[in-house]
Design a protein around this ligand. Structure first.
Ligand code: PMP
Length: 428
């Protein structure tokens, strides 16, 4: 209640779309309540304003001699520095602009040294679960406590050939339960066994400060569209060595420093060793610029205030849902485990897809239903039979049967109290 009374925490960062009205099947209309931040957070008004201010100066980067081209190049390279600061990177880390977290992790997967062993929990989002399938990958069973997660990684790494390269891939905050993973401890365990670690920060970075240095991770990946920037851009930041030893992710202009014909008729290429190596083609300047703008806005708002505000919303949602006996909130590490503003639940007697559709049609609330691109995790949490489910867990559970999919509510820096109140009222 102290937090709720603090006016600064009642004034979250302005986001786009807060006053969009939507029709209700019950008649009339309401302002749309976006409670699906975990899929894509609404862009900050500040980011949109920054992009609009840059628009007249739009020009190609790294290519032209003209003034606007040089200005765009500066903005693009400054964006890289801003992201490096935001992530508290080490001096020799690289910040590669990608399309998304999925793209970033696939880039790292393509840059793994030969014979690299990869260790990944089955509970990961498909973006961090699937890119390693061409490597020697070990899928680790879902842990039930953060300590068990660390012990599982230690056990798995202890059994490997200590001389070869190895990588642990872990999420910072689950996109299903919102639960925080013990990243610092996992990084220490990985390093103690000569392995490296990549952090999937798609859900963590929008909610908590991420310090590459303090967490001790080797790489971190996140997406602009979950960090209050528009779609289409992401980041892979971290150690340069594996990235510069690998072939470019895409072959093309920008990645190549020197190209020449050989006497036998072929072509020789010298690739860049900087970030440009993996950024072939004309880069997404607006994407990089808007990520940097979002990083600055979050830093200026201050994560202490943002985390406190979000914790108040999390507590409100948890308390409200606890009043509805038919609701079961999903969690791997226990009900009281620390989490970000992402919660999944099932409602006894309800098909989750119908429930989510009703929230939209009758209350103007946008949540998500399904398996959230983390099928093994959701099945573990629901204790449901994989064979019974379609691609997104669509089939209806008969009354009294286990749910086959779940409902996810997620929120963040732009969420007003009214959206949470409307959501809880609707669930009740
Ligand atoms: N990891 C996590 C934890 C996610 O929540 C998501 C997006 N749902 C991704 C990776 C993939 O992000 P993107 O779709 O932006 O590539």
């Amino acid at each position: 209640s102290d937090l709720a009374a603090d006016q600064s925490l009642r004034a979250p960062l302005p986001v786009l779309g807060r006053d969009v009205t939507v029709p209700l099947v019950t008649g009339g209309e309401v302002t749309y309540a976006a409670l699906d931040y975990a899929a894509s957070a609404p862009a900050l008004q500040r980011v949109w304003d920054d992009v609009a201010a840059y628009a007249p100066y739009y020009g190609s980067v790294h290519r032209g001699a003209g003034y606007l081209s040089q200005l765009s190049t500066d903005l693009f390279e400054n964006a890289r520095n801003t992201v490096a600061e935001f992530l508290d990177c080490r001096g020799d880390d690289q910040v590669v602009f990608t399309r998304s977290t999925t793209d970033s992790l696939n880039l790292l997967a393509a840059a793994l040294p030969t014979d690299c062993q990869v260790f990944v929990f089955e509970t990961e989002h498909h973006a961090s679960l699937l890119p390693w399938r061409d490597a020697h990958v070990t899928y680790l069973n879902a842990p039930r406590t953060p300590a068990e997660a660390v012990a599982t990684v230690e056990r798995a790494l202890a059994g490997r050939d200590p001389h070869g390269p190895a990588l642990v891939c872990v999420t910072g905050a689950s996109n299903v339960t919102g639960e925080l993973w013990p990243v610092r401890e996992l990084a220490a365990a990985a390093h103690a066994h000569g392995a490296r670690i990549v952090l999937d920060a798609a859900q963590l970075a929008p909610h908590h400060p991420v310090s590459v240095r303090e967490l001790g991770v080797d790489w971190v990946a996140f997406s602009g569209h979950k960090l209050y920037a528009p779609f289409g851009s992401g980041v892979l930041a971290g150690r340069a060595d594996w990235l510069t030893e690998a072939d470019p992710y895409l072959a093309g202009g920008g990645a190549s420093r020197k190209v020449s014909r050989r006497t036998d008729g072929g072509v020789d290429v010298e690739w860049h060793v900087s970030e440009a190596r993996h950024e072939a083609g004309s880069p997404n300047v607006i994407g990089a610029y808007s990520i940097a703008s979002a990083c600055k806005a979050l830093t200026e708002a201050g994560f202490d205030a943002l985390v406190a505000r979000e914790q108040y919303l999390i507590d409100t949602v948890r308390a409200g849902l606890a009043e509805v006996p038919q609701v079961r909130v999903l969690s791997l590490f226990g009900d009281d485990a620390p989490r970000v503003g992402v919660l999944s639940f099932v409602v006894d007697g309800w098909n989750s897809s119908h429930f989510a559709a009703a929230l939209s049609a009758e209350y103007g609330i946008g949540v998500r239903d399904g398996l959230f691109c983390a099928h093994p995790l959701v099945r573990t949490l629901l204790g449901s039979d994989p064979e019974a489910q379609g691609e997104c867990g669509a089939p209806e559970a008969a009354p009294g049967e286990k749910s086959l999919n779940a409902i996810r509510v997620s929120f963040g820096a732009g969420t007003p109290d009214e959206h949470i109140e409307r959501f809880l009222g609707a669930v009740k």
